[in-house]
Ligand binder design. Structure first.
Ligand code: FES
Length: 129
């Protein structure tokens, strides 16, 4: 498992940490991003999951950063990155768009970005795995 100190990560920022050889995306979501994720009609989603099911603390989204289509690493972590039509992540390989909860919204990917096992060991420390 990997422990990550989230103290330096401000709202609107994201970091990538490596866990078991895979990138894990951690985004400190803004209030707007959380609201966007929660106003979606879950019944319309390809892989129906509420935002609440995908997070332990609403401001922190933790996911394996591997596109569920063919395994590329989507863009959206850097401020300058394209984030796709739903403001989350965009996989340019074949054009998969993920929303601010990491759910697949458009393009060929069949599933939402995977949420790994993790827990908060303090208010600002997360242990992945
Ligand atoms: Fe992401 Fe194909 S690998 S869209």
């Amino acid at each position: 498992s990997t422990e990550v100190d989230l103290t330096p990560v401000e709202a609107g920022q994201a970091i990538t940490v490596m866990w078991r050889g895979a990138p894990v995306f951690i985004r400190h979501r803004t209030t707007e991003e959380i609201m966007e994720a929660r106003k979606v009609d879950v019944a319309e989603l390809r892989d129906p999951q509420t935002d609440e099911e995908r997070v332990k603390k609403e401001q922190w989204l933790v996911m394996v950063g591997i596109c569920t289509h063919l395994g590329c690493v989507p863009l959206g972590q850097k401020p300058s990155d394209v984030k796709g039509e739903y403001g989350g992540w965009f996989c340019p390989c074949h054009g998969s768009h993920y929303d601010t909860s990491g759910r697949i919204r458009k393009g060929p990917a069949p599933k939402n970005l995977v949420v790994p096992e993790y827990e908060f060991t303090t208010d600002t420390t997360v242990r992945i795995g």
